[in-house]
Design a protein around this ligand. Structure first.
Ligand code: NDP
Length: 250
């Protein structure tokens, strides 16, 4: 791999990389030449996927802040240097109106989707800066950009992720660390499976999506490679929407 998207010699950590979007991002970074630390909460899954991809694996429950510090430290050591961070691990939480919000579920969604990204960046970005610069890509969601009234804690957490990327971009730009978010629309994965099987939801969602289909994890991965590589060298603080056009449709 040569040219703008070349990541040869670069080291990356991708959280939640055992399946779905995270795994596709890990595979795309590897295809572009990077070494990638595979990580998820489940130690057996992490070891299996790391072996399949021929990469190091470091399991980490992102709600455990000490484990996040270990992930970054051990990941950097395994890679020989950290250039790219992809904060991808996320959960949807329970659907329902704010009036029925379960505060335990709310706290878990916030902890995994938002707080973990802050802690992860606080450990990873100084290391990336010490390499002379690099990039962080934080996975937000279209749900954080639209009103939906269905997955409220999730939408709040994802709106927070996009704002986190903007604030960190300001903080770390002078040290040549770029921080961007990606907001995927409807992507076919295990997380979205319940909706994929809901014919009414799908009919409505596809009618408001110009490309008339769900996206694939690989299509989100393309955006991540762009933002992680020198192809995106002057892009920071951006929230790149990858949604088949759902957001722009009235
Ligand atoms: P999946 O459920 O397929 O994968 C989620 C990944 O995150 C798994 O590897 C899982 O590992 C990991 N994970 C979950 N909780 C934790 C935790 N506490 N600690 C460490 N890892 C954890 O989801 P997707 O691939 O669909 O989603 C990936 C990201 O993309 C999420 O942030 C999601 O919000 C976002 N997104 C997805 C969309 C979609 O339509 N699919 C749309 C917009 C955004 P484990 O099994 O070990 O817990």
């Amino acid at each position: 791999m040569t040219g703008l998207f070349d990541l040869s010699g670069k080291g990356a950590i991708v959280t939640g990389s055992t399946r779905g979007i995270g795994r596709a991002i890990a595979e795309a970074l590897i295809a572009s030449g990077a070494q990638v630390v595979i990580s998820s909460e489940d130690a057996a899954d992490t070891a299996r996927v790391a072996a399949e991809l021929g990469m190091p694996g470091v399991p980490c429950d992102v709600t455990d802040h000490a484990a996040l510090e270990r992930l970054v430290g051990e990941g950097e050591a395994a890679l020989g240097g950290l250039d790219v961070l992809v904060g991808n691990a996320g959960i949807t939480g329970q659907p329902g109106p704010f009036a029925d919000l379960d505060m335990t579920d709310y706290a878990r969604v916030m902890s995994i989707n938002l707080t973990a990204q802050i802690v992860l960046c606080n450990h990873a970005l100084p290391r990336i800066a010490r390499r002379g610069g690099g990039a962080a890509v934080l996975i937000s969601s279209l749900s954080g950009l639209r009103g939906n009234g269905r997955i409220n804690a999730y939408a709040l957490s994802k709106a927070g992720v996009a704002q986190l990327a903007r604030n960190l971009a300001v903080e770390w730009g002078p040290q040549n660390v770029r921080v961007n978010a990606i907001s995927p629309g409807f992507i076919a994965t295990e997380l979205s499976k319940p909706l994929l099987e809901n014919a009414d939801f799908m009919a409505h969602r596809m009618a408001m999506t110009p490309l008339r289909r769900p996206g694939t994890p690989a299509e989100v991965a393309g955006a991540a490679v762009f933002l992680a590589s020198s192809a995106g060298a002057f892009v920071t603080g951006h929230n790149l929407v990858v949604d088949g056009g759902t957001l722009i449709t009235d």
